[in-house]
Design a protein around this ligand. Structure first.
Ligand code: PLP
Length: 499
């Protein structure tokens, strides 16, 4: 493909993409293909001779689209959204053109420097404490990771390293040091609640450290509180275990619960005072709901300033902030913690800028070596929408969630809200004479609404109750779509409750 061919192909592709977005609501939300459908449609081997773009492009609609579940569809009320927007797509386009493995500053200074600047912009827009800014008093800063799971793993590696550095006596050397580290590692435990995303447990599995679940329930709205954490810390001490890491969540996956940050800080202060050797590293997972912090009222309601006592904070712009996958923004209070844990030198990566210590080399803040130019799309999004534009979007979609919950509440003959609305998520079920009937009816409702093809909701289980999660935060979702989804819920539920 030469430049002329690229221009024609690109124009035609962009036209097709615009058409796709403009007509999304005419498609069913979820793909209905059978497993293995694509192998039957494609040749067994790659073509020997190159094909024309026209032939290749035809296969997008014919072969790929049937196997696509449409995350930007206005009827997508499942999981949490995975954002897309035109400015962000343009960021991806430039990033693809400027492709490089920009792991060191010298590999493309703009890639590193734009990332530092836009993550400072973002931290300020989210109302994060100054300690998470690259220009802040504690030498913190932000780095873009591929996912919230990668972010928690990166934070846990740094936490493990920091804990060992602080608690294994410095005077030990050689085998004695190795033995002391091995013993310590066998006792170290990462903590998370029964509602924390599974990525914390996965990080503990990857790192080979113990993992302990703190049970949280409906009495505390599924959030972690000080007394429950204090009881877990006491249990660890009794068993000779050493907690070194805790994930606190702002917006849990099932119900969008917010853990009690002030309570967590005070329970931990009674365990090991902050800033003293062996303190527990607290990572705040705000993967989805962190986006809502662009609104000052959410900063206040969640008391986000409290996170200055914690060590790392992560949110996904690619969930609820109009930026394409992948853009997980991880902030740390002291960037040296990442560098100390993740800097492994090899002669081939040496250069004057790095060796002079004047630049940031993001390879030392992450697990992979190579990295893409992901800050471009964040820059484009922040500039195109402006912080006010992002606030308006968050408020609009949050309001849709409030309205939906209001309508559900009015139909007490059919529905019961289990949690929410919280950050545009309502978790509810169908009424019934006992738990078994409620669960059976809710499951039937869940299957019936999804079978329409016009909407997609996902489910969870809360203390034995099967429940539907209804999310209203996809960009294309308007009030009329939520109203229509509610009508579908009502019609199907009436058939189930009064057959
Ligand atoms: N944390 C929370 C609270 C989530 O809800 C999710 C996914 O929805 C994740 C982490 C994992 O996100 P990722 O796919 O970016 O790893």
């Amino acid at each position: 493909m030469d430049s002329r061919g690229f221009r024609e192909a690109a124009i035609s592709s962009i036209d097709e993409i615009i058409n796709y977005f403009d007509n999304l609501d005419k498609r069913d939300v979820v793909s209905t293909v059978e497993p293995g459908y694509l192998r039957k449609l494609l040749p067994a081997e790659a073509p020997l001779e190159g094909e024309s773009w026209t032939d290749i492009q035809k296969d997008i609609e014919a072969k790929i689209m049937p196997g696509i579940t449409h995350w930007q569809h206005p009827g997508f009320h499942a999981f949490f959204p995975c954002a897309a927007s035109y400015p962000s797509i343009l960021g991806e386009l430039y990033s693809a053109a400027l492709s490089g493995a920009c792991f060191n500053w010298i590999c493309s200074p703009a890639v590193t420097e734009l990332e530092t600047v836009v993550l400072d912009w973002l931290a300020k827009a989210l109302g994060l404490p100054e300690c998470f800014l690259s220009t802040g008093p504690t030498h913190g800063g932000g780095v873009i990771q591929g996912s919230a799971s990668e972010a928690v793993l990166t934070a846990m590696v740094a936490a493990r390293d920091k804990y060992l550095r602080e608690t294994v006596p410095a005077e030990l050397e050689g085998d004695a040091r190795e033995d002391a580290i091995a013993l310590k590692r066998s006792r170290m435990v990462a903590l998370a609640t029964s509602r924390t995303h599974s990525s914390t447990q996965k990080a503990a599995i990857i790192l080979g450290v113990r993992f302990m679940t703190i049970p949280v329930g409906a009495d505390d709205n599924y959030a972690l509180t000080a007394p429950v954490l204090a009881a877990t810390l006491a249990k660890c001490r009794e068993r000779g275990l050493e907690p070194f890491f805790l994930t606190a969540t702002l917006g849990t996956t099932d119900t969008c619960a917010v853990d009690d940050f002030a309570g967590i800080a005070s329970a931990l202060a009674d365990h090991v005072p902050p800033g003293t050797p062996g303190e527990v590293w607290v990572h705040v997972d705000a993967a989805y709901a962190g986006a809502a912090l662009v609104c000052p009222e959410v900063q206040q309601a969640t008391r986000i300033a409290e996170v200055s006592k914690f060590h790392s904070f992560d949110m996904n712009m690619h969930k609820w902030l109009l930026t394409n996958f992948d853009a997980s923004c991880l902030f740390v209070r002291d960037r040296a913690w990442f560098v100390q844990a993740l800097s492994v030198n090899q002669a081939v990566y040496s250069n004057n800028a790095s060796d002079g210590g004047l630049v940031t080399d993001y390879r030392e803040w992450q697990i992979p070596l190579g990295r893409r130019f992901r800050s471009l799309k964040i820059w484009f999004v922040l500039r195109s929408f402006g912080v006010e534009g992002l606030r308006a979007y968050i408020r609009r979609t949050t309001q849709l969630g409030e309205e939906f919950a209001g309508w559900v509440r009015e139909r007490k003959d059919l529905f019961e809200i289990l949690t929410g609305p919280s950050f545009a998520l309502t978790v509810f079920g169908v009424v019934g004479k006992d738990e078994e009937e409620m669960n059976q009816r809710t499951r039937r409702l869940y299957e019936a609404v999804n079978a329409t093809g016009k909407m997609w909701v996902t489910s969870t289980v809360l203390d034995g109750r099967f429940a539907i999660r209804m999310v209203t935060s996809v960009n294309k979702t308007e009030r009329a779509h939520v109203e229509s989804a509610f009508q579908t819920f009502v019609e199907k539920a009436e058939d189930i409750v009064r057959p």
